[in-house]
Design a protein around this ligand. Sequence first.
Ligand code: BG6
Length: 255
Amino acid sequence: PIMKELLGLTDLEEQIQNRYGLKQVVIVPGDSDFSEYTKKELGRAGAAMLLKYAAKEDIIAVAGGSTTSEIANQLSASTHLKGNLFVPARGGLGEMLELQANTIASNMAKRTGAGYRLLHVPDHLSEDAYQSLIQEPNIKEIIDVIRKSRMVVHGIGEAMVMAERRKVDETTIRILDSEGALAEAFGYYFNDKGEVVHQIPTIGLRIEDIEQTEVVIGVAGGSSKSEAISAVLKFGHEDVLIIDEGAAVKMVEKM
Ligand code: BG6
């Protein structure tokens, strides 16, 4: 805490918390665009917030990505989380295995001693496949569980970086561009006003479910993500935000 005072991070935390009406903001020193160590610190702070806000027997939905993966790495056996259930926030989004929500939910569960449920849905679902999948009793059942999540933990990405990482087709890239997509979180794309402009066709949490979720925790870092983070905050349903100094300084400059 003393270190944070000296760096002025406590002040930045308060500014961001007040501007967006958040429950809590945590800023770790450094910039994860340039430092693996800072990314680890983000993971550590994310893990601490997850523990802080989790209640007994919660269902916790987690999104994929390298940041939530780092949170999983920083979790350890916890009696507090034993009765909890980790589930993926959404089905396949086109990520590689290590970054998929299923992988991260199961890692979090294994590390903490909590339970987990997985959702197996192929990437790039067609409308027909989607319609028949949601009729499947097994899928219906797990979707019901996911929608009961009291908490969501997710990363935030830059729209185009995410679209490229997931190898979406040219047409979609053009659509995202023309719609002014700036940020991405849990498979939804947001413009600079925080409006959803596009979504990846898959199943799991819908935007209206996120709006109802009691505790939404966003974790993201790197100065390159500052605009994306601000966009998701304007969406207005985040409760706890964990970012790094690199992102925070640039966000506050533009507030
Ligand atoms: C995705 C999540 O898998 O990872 C998104 O669904 C998030 O919520 C993205 O925007 C961020 O990835 P990273 O690797 O930058 O943490």
